[in-house]
Design a binder for this molecule. Structure first.
Ligand SMILES: Cc1cc2nc3c(=O)[nH]c(=O)nc-3n(C[C@H](O)[C@H](O)[C@H](O)COP(=O)(O)OP(=O)(O)OC[C@H]3O[C@@H](n4cnc5c(N)ncnc54)[C@H](O)[C@@H]3O)c2cc1C
Length: 228
């Protein structure tokens, strides 16, 4: 994906041949349980066939490799977004308090250990010659949490700042028809209305909210429930 090899990949892509440019960055997704007693997944893993600088999306390392990211669905740690001044254009203070709750540390550790087990599984051995981040051998609970704190980033699935709920709930902003409580003629139709965090990426649910809002505004009847 670099230098002369990249030129070759661009040419292959330009003439419609299979090329690395035709791959999406995350080729494998895993939904998994941090505890076998759970009924539904609380972990999501994402696999990329490339080594990403400092484990973050955007910039590739100078050497070949593979990356597996892991995140916890529905973390319980709570932070805050606070205005710093009455000036609306001044950036707010954002403190996510990642990993403040013990359950979040436990679930993330289980996910990181699952990634290590997958990379060290026999099927991967032809492609695996060691870890870069975290370093080989840095696998104690303290090592892995220190690694998560130093290199962890947001999963970018922000939602719930105008959540749906009954008017009796002081924290709820919109009703089930997406109307803002206490205001006439104003609806909200985006990821902010989610009452709780979905256990997956949020784009599809946001599209669904937009489609539903269009139906509500046009007065269309609800679709029939899907039989699962
Ligand atoms: C880097 C990144 C990667 C992601 N990857 C994925 C993924 O792979 N899969 C997935 O499912 N989800 C992904 N998400 C999450 C997904 O993009 C969001 O959940 C979704 O876009 C939320 O939609 P929204 O309409 O609520 O907000 P947004 O998509 O953020 O739309 C808000 C819009 O409002 C506009 N706006 C803001 N302020 C004003 C203003 N004052 N006046 C007028 N317009 C304004 C903005 O320009 C923007 O167009 C990703 C998010 C990020 C940030």
């Amino acid at each position: 994906m670099q230098g002369v090899g990249l030129v070759g990949e661009v040419l292959k892509w330009a003439i419609g041949r299979p090329s690395v440019l035709g791959l999406q960055p995350s080729l494998g997704h895993v939904f998994w349980m941090s505890d076998p007693a759970l009924a539904t997944p609380d972990l999501q893993l994402l696999f990329a066939p490339a080594s990403l600088k400092e484990g973050r999306t955007g910039v590739l390392d100078d050497f070949p490799g593979m990356t597996c990211g892991v995140w916890q669905h529905r973390p319980e740690s709570t932070g805050h977004v606070r205005a710093r001044s009455p000036d609306a254009f001044e950036k707010p203070e954002i403190q996510p308090n990642y990993l403040a709750e013990a359950i979040d540390r436990r679930v993330l550790l289980a996910g990181m250990r699952l990634v290590l087990a997958l990379f060290k599984a026999p099927a991967f051995q032809p492609y695996f010659d060691g870890m870069h981040l975290p370093e080989d051998g840095a696998e104690s609970e303290a090592d892995l949490l220190a690694y998560a704190r130093a290199y962890g980033t947001s999963g970018y699935h922000f939602n719930g700042s105008c959540r749906m709920g009954p008017a009796s709930d002081a924290g709820a902003v919109v009703d089930p028809d997406l109307r803002v409580h206490g205001l006439e003629g104003l609806r909200i139709a985006d990821a902010s209305i989610m009452p709780s965090m979905p256990s997956a990426n949020t784009q599809a649910s946001t599209f669904m909210i937009g489609e539903k809002a269009a139906d509500l505004i046009r007065g269309r009847p609800p679709l029939a429930p899907v039989e699962l």
